[in-house]
Write a protein that binds this ligand. Structure first.
Ligand SMILES: [Zn+2]
Length: 251
């Protein structure tokens, strides 16, 4: 059975169009978790509608609020409101939700299910499947690795390998060779081959167009997509993965 190759992209930036065009060049699919247009670089409704023709549009609240911090009524209206807003723009059923900043709570999961979503995406990294549709994890974010791309906190210069350190335990458990940890693209390719060879349910790539631009990662992203097409994969949106849900294979 081919590996499901699913991708998701957060926050609805104008550069999402560049991601969509790149995915289409390789017959791949994206799930775009968008927010209402608030000027600047955020996606306009007509662009979201155009994206919905070839890709999936998911909900991501209306104001990018941390769900566990909100009073129940406000949380429920952010969840329901974003579903209705997406459906109004695309004219299609919106069945996927994405937790802003990855903040999850039991009450939020419950409200998302109650609102009629079939699943919800987290930011949990280095995973290849799940048995909980409301805790859909990810495999790899398009984000600099293994070094910090820049020092934005006073302590960052003391911990330049923070991105590697955060993933180290899990990478070790997967048996990741050191050579695969020398950069983002080698790691992404290794994880993809690992997922294929161990017959995992999916490889889930995700990111923010804004960060791909900020850290100059467009070429690396495209190189991964070219490589992915040489593997035994089947493109899927997040919703299509949820529909075919099966737990990860034993490590
Ligand atoms: Zn977000």
């Amino acid at each position: 059975m081919p590996l499901l190759f699913t991708t998701s992209w957060d926050d609805g930036n104008v550069l999402d169009v560049r991601i969509a065009e790149m995915l289409e060049r390789y017959d791949l699919r994206g799930t775009f978790y968008v927010l209402p247009h608030e000027g600047g670089e955020s996606l306009r409704n007509e662009t979201i509608r155009a994206l919905a023709e070839k890709h999936e549009i998911g909900a991501h609240t209306l104001r990018h609020r941390n769900l566990p911090d909100l009073p129940r009524e406000e949380m429920e209206s952010e969840i329901r409101g974003s579903k209705e807003w997406v459906q109004h723009i695309t004219g299609k059923s919106c069945t996927m939700f994405c937790y802003p900043r990855g903040f999850v709570s039991t009450a939020a999961k419950h409200a998302i299910a109650q609102a009629g979503f079939a699943g919800a995406r987290t930011t949990v990294p280095l995973q290849f499947g799940t048995d909980d549709p409301y805790m859909l994890p990810t495999t790899l974010q398009v984000y600099p690795f293994p070094m910090r791309p820049r020092f934005s906190q006073w302590w960052h210069p003391l911990d330049p390998l923070g991105p590697l350190r955060a993933k180290w335990r899990r990478l070790r458990a997967l048996g990741t060779p050191i050579a695969a940890c020398k950069g983002w693209l080698p790691l992404a390719k290794w994880l993809l081959v690992y997922a294929v060879q161990t017959e995992q349910p999916f490889f889930h790539l995700w990111g923010h167009a804004k960060e791909i631009e900020r850290y100059g990662m467009w070429e690396q992203l495209e190189a991964l997509l070219v490589f992915a097409k040489t593997q035994d994969i089947a493109p899927a949106t997040n919703a299509e993965f949820i529909a075919a849900l099966r737990p990860p294979s034993a490590l």
